[in-house]
Design a protein around this ligand. Sequence first.
Ligand code: NAD
Length: 341
Amino acid sequence: MAKILVTGGLGFIGSHTVVELINAGYEPVIVDNLSNSNPKILDQLGKIIGRKPAFYKLDLCSQADITELHDKEPELAGIIHFAASKAVGESVKEPLKYYQNNFFSLINLLEAYKGKKLNFVFSSSCTVYGQPDELPVTEKAPIKTATSPYGNTKQVSEEILRDVVASGSSNKIISLRYFNPVGAHSSALIGELPIGVPQNLVPFITQTAIGKRQKLTVFGDDYNTPDGSNVRDYIHVVDLAKAHVAALKYMESGVDFGGYDVFNIGTGRGSSVLEVIHAFEKTTGVKLNYEIGPRRGGDVEQVWGDVTKAAGQLHWKTELDVDAMMLTAWNWEKYIKDNPL
Ligand code: NAD
């Protein structure tokens, strides 16, 4: 079985991707420093898969740890690089933490596996587009000046990867620009585990519904959108996980794509914050305590992706709708209430 290194594999998207890699016949090898994840997710993965996947607790920013990783796993078919710091607000307050973690981990990894023929998938983000001039946003849209150090790390990381391929690297590289991943695995054994107050809408919804938070605030209902609240392209995390498998298969197929490419990974459809709240209430039957508050600084008004490139080239498209996203996120929230990790 082809071994795929999954950095950040105990995190939200990484853990779901580990399951989909197994389903597709790959052998995932997880690396995580547990800076934003819980080691018990490894046990949870074991319950889904039937055996615990290989795991190394290592920090990709540490040269010693990277050397250890390379010594133990010299031959890989691919790398999916999720490991990064990801909180936009925190990145504004602590830019050096973000530049250090997100750049050092990427550069160390590329350096360690330089000269190997492997397929590399990078976690990028629709944040690289800022507020696009045209919707849905395509991969050809101009990259706007980043509005946060986190966003800047994604833009510059993409440039680093493009430069590495242009220099004649033996690696093939694909950057996936994710829209807004939400939801959880249908088993309710893994899901998003925010540390502290959630920065994203859906975990805030489920934590409010379960009673961990008193009230959800909708940041503004006076945007130029159909109901006035922000619009995003929410994508089920299991669909997103499958996009990584599709990207690996695309690179393995031998198709000539120039060695580096980027793909939007979303549903191609925008949903407003209020629509998501109503979908949650409808699918779960739980009434949500929410209020309309002022706009939050830094939020783009609306963004959703044109995903025809991924459909055409990666032969991938989403299968799960907003109702499935809400139901699985809610089942996970209930699971961790009854089974604290
Ligand atoms: P996450 O925080 O749940 O997972 C990241 C994992 O990486 C964590 O388990 C953390 O412990 C680990 N990690 C961080 N730094 C590390 C290091 N130096 N060495 C080893 N492990 C390290 O985040 P996620 O939501 O699963 O996001 C995964 C990737 O997708 C990130 O690169 C993120 O920027 C990107 N992304 C996420 C979203 C989103 O909304 N969740 C949207 C777009 C892009």
